[in-house]
Design a protein around this ligand. Structure first.
Ligand SMILES: [Zn+2]
Length: 176
């Protein structure tokens, strides 16, 4: 039996990985207070994209951990990881009345499947995947900009790294 998958926006996939993933929580200097609250916007967005059976925290965390390495990998390794995940969740295209969707043969892997489908679509569209270059951050991002030169998950991390680089530069000058 095939299970049709919800269509998750790319920005929601990165939000889920950043808010529920084990690695972003461990590396981040943000205070970690556990999984997002019931009113958190990411949870609301997931419920909106998946109205009939939005998954619980443990499943979101497990799916987030499954796809985090895809963002951290180089191009060739990323292709291998995505192919492995497509196989693991038995992901297949599914023709719908209005568009092309995706389905999985594994009911317990529906969230991983939906996230992988979104990432495959993003890579197909030529988007870059990455992990934030800031020292205390492992949040992921999708870069669809024409220049493809994004390095940070957020303006906050970009600003923090700029200050850090500036201080290091001044300290060097004082020493020299
Ligand atoms: Zn960051």
């Amino acid at each position: 039996m095939r299970h049709p998958l919800p269509d998750l926006p790319a920005s929601l996939v990165t939000d889920l990985v950043n808010e529920w993933g084990t690695v972003p929580a461990r590396v981040s200097s943000r205070p970690w207070t556990g999984f997002p609250e019931p009113t958190a916007p990411w949870r609301r967005a997931l419920e909106a994209a998946w109205p009939d059976a939005a998954p619980g925290d443990a499943e979101i965390a497990r799916a987030s951990d499954a796809v985090h390495p895809v963002f951290a990998a180089g191009v060739e390794e990323r292709r291998n990881l995505l192919n492995g995940l497509v196989e693991r969740v038995d992901l297949q295209p599914l023709l719908l009345p209005s568009a092309r969707g995706w389905s999985t043969g594994r009911r317990t892997e529906m969230l991983v499947g939906a996230m992988v489908a979104t990432l495959v679509r993003a890579v197909d569209a030529g988007h870059r995947l990455g992990v934030c270059a800031a020292a205390d951050c492992a949040d992921v991002y999708l870069d669809g900009s024409p220049a493809q030169n994004r390095r940070f998950c957020s303006v906050r991390c970009q600003g923090r790294e700029r200050v850090r680089a500036h201080r290091a530069h001044r300290a060097d000058r004082r020493r020299g």
